[in-house]
Write a protein that binds this ligand. Sequence first.
Ligand code: ZN
Length: 171
Amino acid sequence: MKSTMDTNMIGPIIRVPISVQEKTIAHIRHCGTNHEEGLVAWSGIMRTGQLIVRNAIVPSNGVIKEYMSLRFSDETIEQMADDILSKGEKLIAQVHSHPFEAFHSETDNQFPLVHRKGFLSIVIPYFGKSGFEDFNEFRVYEYVQNNEWIELDLRLANKRFDLEGRKNGAA
Ligand SMILES: [Zn+2]
């Protein structure tokens, strides 16, 4: 009973199937081989208080590089929003890579795919050299409001993210 209350207080658990992890890291690494950052969106549904990620969206084009950061073009975002909506899903998170350390840049703060409370942003270091098995090397941020984000510390990130195939809290 207590753990349910704690969970409510820290925000919903995010369940990420292996297929989504694999598609995400494959794209991130593919971009990395060209020394490019990669950007992937995750969509899914809310079910019994948990966010279930169903799709990793990798746009084939319509990625814009601006101020050392990646964004989807307005057209891509519109198309993506239509697709997601038609499936009854919503955007849950964005995942992007950095050449070196993982952190949230000022651009990352200002230009997420959506400005919505609870939207998550995951940053993967070193172009995805380490995959989801090294989730503790990643950085996770949650949108609050007015371009404000909070960083989920290691403990919280491990509580929130249920990565299929990985022992929880493998810190
Ligand atoms: Zn960034």
